[in-house]
Design a binder for this molecule. Sequence first.
Ligand SMILES: N[C@@H](CCC(=O)N[C@@H](CS)C(=O)NCC(=O)O)C(=O)O
Length: 212
Amino acid sequence: MSLKLHVFPPSPRAFKVQAAANHLGLDYELCFVNLAKGDQKRPEHLAINPNGKMPVLEEDGFALWESNAILHYLAGKKPGSGLLPLDERGRADVMRWLFWDSAHWDAACAILVFEHLVKPMFGRGGADPVEVAKGEERFQQCAKVLDALLKGRKFICGDKLTLADFSIGASLILAEQAKLPLVPYAEIKRWYAGLTALPCWQKTLAGIAAAG
Ligand SMILES: N[C@@H](CCC(=O)N[C@@H](CS)C(=O)NCC(=O)O)C(=O)O
């Protein structure tokens, strides 16, 4: 199989690329990057991502890192799927949300994932209250924008599922463990419930559970 996804499955950034590939019906080989064992810093991994991070897509000598760039590449394999609209404004709208994810949403969620989940999991001490407060403030700023946008909408870019939903929805797979302060955001919870009902979402979650 020529398409490979190098992932640590429990991570939202790994989840989004697998869920999108599953939705698109693409065949891929899952290459497990064990972050707990430092696989991401081994020479063979640094050769495909000098940042020493996952996810990484590899295909016929082409290596691509950054989860949102990977989503874009995957959608390009099935141009009719609608995940990346063909009209210029539709595409730009999706790209806007992918950039927003990288710059703001993922960045805010990552602080809380690190403090509440990664630290206890890897024995790196207790949560730092200053970091938690910073993460919660940034999360709330983003969540207000997203919640307001989602009023009267099924998906982030309108009636149709796009890459934006995979990119932004993925962080919520850890909402409980990372203590993301979602309680006031009814629209986000409604939208996310819709994503969790998608067969690709279920399949990807099942894969994480099976990987232990
Ligand atoms: N912006 C990157 C972030 C990638 C990233 O930070 N991955 C983390 C796990 S979610 C990682 O591999 N960390 C391992 C390390 O830093 O040693 C993306 O979206 O792909």
